[in-house]
Each structure stands twice: as C-alpha cells, then as structure tokens.
Design a protein around this ligand. Structure first.
Ligand code: R5P
Length: 285
C-alpha cells in the first residue's frame, strides 16, 4: 500500500479503511450509499436503515452523504465513514450533473467523525475547472484536519454513453486512456484515494496513479459477473472496491457483501465466491 508522505493522522485513517489480510496485504470493501444525494430515493435505499444496517458490520468503510449518515447509521458502530460532501444537481437535470459544488464543509465532516470526504471530479466536461478547484479547496481544508480525500472519477451525461460503448464516437473512445488521464489529474490536485471504473486498459490507469485505487461497481449486474470483475480488478492492482448497487440491489445484499469480501480480502476465485453467495443466501432463507 502506497501512502506516499501522508502525515500521521492521514496514515492512521488509511489504515482504518484498508484492512490487512493474513498475508499482510491491505485492501478495502467500502460500501457506497451516497446515491440519494443526486438520485433521490434510489432503489434499495428508499429506507436506508433497512438496507444498510445489516451490511455495515461487513464493510471496511461506508460512504454516505450527510442525510443518510445522520438518519440511518448508528453512531455507536465504529465503521469508518467517508462522507460525500459535493452536490448541486440531480438526475432530473442529467446534462448539468457536472456542475458540482462543495455542499458539506470539512469542519462538518470532522464533527461527524468522518475519516475522509469524497468528491466527484468531472474531467473533460464544461465544468472541469470548477471541479478541480472544488478538489483543491477540499484537499487544502481536509489537510488541516488530517481527513482523507476520496476523488471520484465522474463521467458527465455527455461522456457516459461513450464509456458504456454506446453512441457516436464510442468506437474511438479509449476508456483506459480517459480514466488514466482523469485519475492522474485527480491525484495531482489533492486526492489521497482515487475511485475509478474497471475498464479495458486498466493497466494504464494503475500505472499512472500512485494513490490507492478503489473501483466503483456501476449499474446492477448479475452477482456472478460482479464478483468476476471484482476479482479481475484486484488481480490487476486495484486496492479495493467502493461498491453500491451491486451490493444493496442484490437478491441478498448481506450474502453479496460477504462474497465480495472473500474475493477482495481472501482472493477467493469468483466462481467459488458465487457458490459462497448461494450458500450464504440459502442459509439465510
Ligand atoms: C456515484 O457518484 C457514487 O459516488 C457511487 O458511490 C458510485 O458510483 C459507486 O456506487 P455504484 O457501485 O453503485 O456505482
């Protein structure tokens, strides 16, 4: 794990989030539940108390926005929190998603005992300068408190179809090159952890980013496929996942997060992890 020259507080917070296995290799399974900040009552998180509380014991860290944190999480459970602090738009105005601002202050995050703050950074969009300024401002503030900054490589409405291989220009779009470019800019402007996507050309992303990398899960896909891409991402050098919908929208979220943990921390083969998912599910039925 490369923490660069982080100070004592940030190093200690990193160690809370990235947990070592028996071989001493540190990885993380973060539970991403920040979606309502721009999706509203996201499927599976309509009442997050029902969904999230049984998952928290299996998460190395949890990344909600403030509303979900204070209304749905038990302050007595010591799972580290990486608080979503940017916003400003909603899915109903998709084309303006990249027009983000810092909504929750670092002082508020520290008061809520977060170990870090997360921010979306939309590179190659019309608001990229504003997004990079948000990141720099957040990094300067977070540094005063020793809080970690998780920089999320966000794609706006225009780039999203290309990333998914849909629409005009997508055949020439090099997702690995794009995320390598965006992720490195996010590192250089103050992120301590970069969150990105596991796409073709991930090697280029890994090669160009020295901070820990966590992988977003993306839209819900079948459990076997989600476990497979998780295993491939870890094998390719990702330091963990920050996964949401593929856990909380699963047929059995508690079984799924345990299967994801087995892949990330124990290196379980994805086929075996899928069997484990089935076994845990049957036991809980
Ligand atoms: C998106 O902006 C949010 O940061 C999500 O936390 C992120 O996309 C990860 O969640 P999922 O695994 O559902 O994609």
């Amino acid at each position: 794990m490369n923490y660069g020259q982080l100070d004592w507080g940030k190093t200690n917070r990193m160690a809370q989030v990235f947990r070592p296995n028996a071989q001493g290799e540190a990885h993380t399974v973060m539970l991403a539940v920040d979606h309502p900040y721009f999706y509203g009552p996201t499927t599976g998180l309509e009442d997050p108390r029902e969904t999230i509380l049984p998952l928290v014991p299996y998460a190395d860290a949890i990344s909600p926005a403030k509303g979900t944190l204070v209304y749905s999480l038990d302050p007595l459970v010591p799972t580290p929190v990486i608080l979503r602090v940017t916003g400003g738009n909603s899915m109903t105005r998709r084309e303006e998603l990249s027009n983000e601002h810092i909504i929750t202050s670092v002082a508020e995050a520290a008061k809520l005992n977060a170990v870090g703050v997360s921010i979306s950074v939309y590179i190659d969009t019309e608001h990229q300068a504003q997004n990079i300024r948000n990141l720099g401002t957040l990094a300067n503030e977070a540094s005063k408190y020793g809080l970690l900054v998780l920089g999320i490589t966000a794609v706006g409405a225009k780039l999203e179809p290309m990333v998914k291989g849909e629409g005009e220009g997508s055949a020439d779009f090099d997702a690995g090159r794009y995320f390598a470019h965006a992720g490195r800019i996010i590192q250089e402007n103050g992120a301590d952890i970069v969150k990105t996507y596991f796409v073709d050309g991930f090697e280029e992303i890994r090669e160009g980013i020295q901070t820990p990398i966590v992988i977003a899960g993306g839209k819900k896909i079948p459990e076997a496929e989600a476990l497979e891409f998780t295993a491939n991402a870890i094998a390719a050098g990702a330091d963990g996942v920050d996964m949401g919908r593929n856990i909380f929208q699963s047929e059995d979220p508690v079984a799924m997060i345990q299967a994801v943990r087995a892949v990330v921390h124990e290196g379980l083969e994805p086929a075996r992890a899928y069997e484990l998912f089935g076994e845990l599910r049957a036991k809980r039925a």
